[in-house]
Design a protein around this ligand. Structure first.
Ligand SMILES: [Zn+2]
Length: 257
């Protein structure tokens, strides 16, 4: 984990999704790029803060006259827009990445940035909540105009298509979450996730998994307090007191009032 995002870039807000784009511009962010997204990742992997605060995309927190980042057609409320500065002059078919292709350094930096934002805003890593612009139409059923960011990775031509690129991104974000720094500051009361306690597993422990029914990455002892971030059938995504995010089977959790 080498990226760090200042707390001031992540004001309190009710954010539910992260959309990852490319700018179709140069490796350096220009004024138009900065106006359109919350965070930009330049060609060498440097994060830049966009011109609109993340909270401006939360209708309840937007201040009068404050500009909102209009990064996704009809899907800007409660969504964070991240963009990789690249792909100027690129062409989809036949594929030509142009002179300023998406780099591996900016992909890596984006993965870490998304993990930090997921942790800060309690956003679960699912195809409906952490996705590329190219996945907005298929995954959210919100029509877009032939957006192909990101369906191809110039540094990894074996991963092709919106779903393959999106799945790779989510796998890597989930792995990065294990090492992401704990959130800076506490979310406001209105955003607090429901809280539970591990119950009924002693003398054993509750398996803590990377995904629903996924690889076991830890063990929660009886009595451990967790926050619930997401649900997938009987599997719940939870955050531990140490800030780790993973999945557990729901029937060993009791609500805390
Ligand atoms: Zn886009």
């Amino acid at each position: 984990m080498s990226v760090s995002i200042p707390a001031s870039w992540m004001p309190d807000a009710n954010m539910r999704r992260i959309h990852v784009h490319w700018t179709a511009g140069r490796h350096k962010a220009n004024a138009t790029d900065l106006k359109s997204y919350h965070v930009l990742i330049e060609g060498d992997g440097t994060p830049r803060r966009g011109g609109c605060p993340i909270s401006a995309n939360d209708p309840a927190r937007r201040k009068p006259g404050e500009p909102r980042a209009n990064h996704t057609l009809n899907a800007n409320s409660h969504s964070i827009g991240i963009s990789l500065c690249c792909m100027f002059g690129a062409q989809e078919r036949p594929f030509d990445a142009g002179a300023e292709p998406l780099t591996e350094a900016q992909w890596q930096s984006m993965i870490e940035t998304v993990a930090i934002l997921c942790k800060r805003y309690g956003i679960p890593v699912t195809p409906e909540t952490v996705l590329t612009h190219a996945e907005v139409q298929p995954n959210l059923s919100i029509a877009q105009r032939n957006k192909w960011d990101i369906t191809v990775l110039p540094f990894d031509r074996g991963t092709l298509g919106a779903q393959a690129v999106g799945d790779k991104m989510r796998r890597e974000v989930a792995a990065a979450l294990d090492t992401a720094r704990p959130p800076l500051g506490q979310p406001p009361d209105s955003m607090k996730a429901p809280r539970f306690r591990v119950s009924g597993v002693a003398p054993s422990t509750l398996n803590f998994r990377r995904g629903p029914d996924g690889e076991i990455v830890g063990a929660l002892p009886e009595g451990t307090r967790v926050e619930r971030l997401g649900i997938s059938d009987g599997w719940w995504q939870v955050r531990t007191p140490a800030g780790h995010i993973g999945w557990v089977w729901h029937s060993f959790l009791r609500a805390i009032n």
